[in-house]
Design a protein around this ligand. Structure first.
Ligand code: NCN
Ligand code: DMD
Length: 348
């Protein structure tokens, strides 16, 4: 497992160099706002005052959830496998956005219930979906650890292939139920406000979804201070793998974009396992799922975009990637006041 020293500290000197350099570029100091903060953060993560985030990699982890049988999603469980087939065929939203940003896309089956034709998918199946956690633990502790390791390995594959920024997403019918359950325990919050429509269940079904989660939390008695136990009791295989990908990316000093609600809960889990992970996370967008706000504030995170999206797949993270690219290109390509012969102002 990751020890805190497995993740290198940020390079504050590189950040300071960028902070100073930004004020020599032909713009009023600070006028590019959060893009300037992004440039500083990317320099601190990579240790490079002229960081490069291309090419990016998209990792989509897919798995099923036994709790789907409690009627908590608007869609049936087999849609997970069908959407994986759609990813392979290139027709999902994440395929479109990954092509748009020139990303290496990998789809990893960590625990889809159905057998999938192997081609186009990395089959790293821990088990055929989790157990229904209202009745028994979602998985064993050993399986939870396996899921994390699969995510670390996927991050390493992408980085070894030359990718400089990771985009992490998921597909798994009923995974907003698992995420809300995990978040309630991690944040020590009541379940109700953390429960949303997910794929779009009717408002009248929210009380049922909340009751299912409350029943599971009472039955499982997960220790909030033991993140691996929490993953095993109330989690999901793709949630564990995403947490592993965040850990793996941070360990190699690669910036990693966190997608929506489920990905942010996985990021929170990774940070509980190894707090230094937080330094390498960039939060892409604010999901419509109400629990997302709580997960973001537990991580003191303000996402880059708010597009009223709730798709998953890494779609929001892929859409935020061009902002990272803009931050690096601003550093590499903008003229300085000196070079352009533009008079500097007096802002002191
Ligand atoms: O990323 C999000 O914020 C998000 C919010 C709601 C739903 N989803 C996606 O929808 C699925 C989970 O929804 P549900 O209703 O089946 O729990 C799963 O495949 C997620 O990728 C994703
Ligand atoms: C169609 C569909 C696509 C998805 N992508 C991520 N989660 C999803 C859930 C559904 C139902």
């Amino acid at each position: 497992m990751f020890t805190p020293d497995a993740i290198p500290p940020l390079d504050r000197d590189a950040g300071d160099r960028v902070r100073g350099y930004l004020d020599t570029l032909t713009k009023p100091p600070g006028s590019l706002g959060r893009l300037e903060q992004l440039a500083i953060a990317l320099a601190e993560m990579t240790g490079d005052a002229f960081p490069d985030v291309t090419p990016p990699a998209v990792l989509v982890f897919a798995a099923d959830h036994g709790v789907a049988h409690e009627g908590v999603s608007a869609f049936p469980q087999h849609v997970t496998a069908q959407m994986v087939a759609n990813f392979v065929a290139g027709g999902a939203a994440i395929n479109v956005f990954a092509r748009q940003i020139g990303a290496r896309l990998e789809v990893i089956d960590v625990g889809v219930a159905a057998e999938l034709p192997g081609e186009g998918v990395v089959v790293d199946k821990v088990r055929a979906g989790t157990a229904n956690f209202t009745r028994q633990d979602a998985m064993s502790r050993a399986e939870a650890r396996q899921a994390l390791d699969i995510g670390v390995r996927a991050a390493n594959r992408a980085i070894d292939a030359g990718c400089r920024c990771l985009i992490v997403g998921e597909m798994g019918i009923a995974n907003t139920t698992a995420s809300s359950a995990m978040l309630a325990v991690l944040a020590g919050e009541a379940v109700g406000p953390l429960v949303g429509a997910g794929t779009g269940i009717a408002e009248s079904r929210l009380a049922h979804k909340t009751a299912v989660i409350e029943r599971a939390i009472a039955a499982r008695q997960a220790d909030p201070d033991d993140p691996l136990e929490l993953l095993a009791k109330l989690g999901g295989l793709e949630i564990g793998a995403m947490a592993g990908a965040f850990l793996g990316s941070a360990a190699r000093r690669r910036p990693v974009l966190v997608d929506g609600f489920i990905a942010t809960v996985a990021a929170l889990l990774a940070c509980r396992l190894c707090p230094a992970t937080r330094d390498y996370l960039i939060f892409a967008h604010r999901s419509c799922e109400p629990g997302h706000e709580v997960a973001l504030s537990a991580l003191a995170a303000t996402p880059l975009l708010d597009l009223q999206m709730r798709l998953g797949e890494g779609s929001g993270a892929a859409l935020a990637f061009p902002l990272l690219q803009a931050a690096t290109r601003m550093l590499a390509e903008m003229a300085t006041f000196d070079a352009a012969g533009v008079a500097a102002g007096d802002t002191r």
